[in-house]
Write a protein of this length. Sequence first.
Length: 103
Amino acid sequence: MNDQRPWTATADGIHIAVRVTPRGGRDMIGPGTDAHFAARLAAAPVEGAANAALIALVAKAFGLARRDVALIGGQTSRLKRLALTGDPQRLAQSAAALYGPPA
C-alpha cells in the first residue's frame, strides 16, 4: 500500500506538488501521479503568465483567495511546489476530493 500523496499538511495550511503543462488548452487541475497533481494551463510559460494562471487555478479549486496561494518552488520548472494557507484539515479534505480515490 502506498501512502504517498501530492500534499502535506503544515502548521498553517498544506503544501502541494503540481506538474504543469502550459499551453494545454483550458485550465484544469486533477490527479497526476502519487507524487503530484497535474495541471493544464492555457497560458504560455512567458514572463510568469503560467505561474500566475496556476496560482489563480489552485486558489479557485481550493476555495482560497489568490493571496493565500504562494509558489515556493519550481518557478521555471514544470514541477512546482505551492503553499496554501488556511485550515490544514479543510485544505487536506479539498485536496483528497480533488485528487480522487486511491487507485
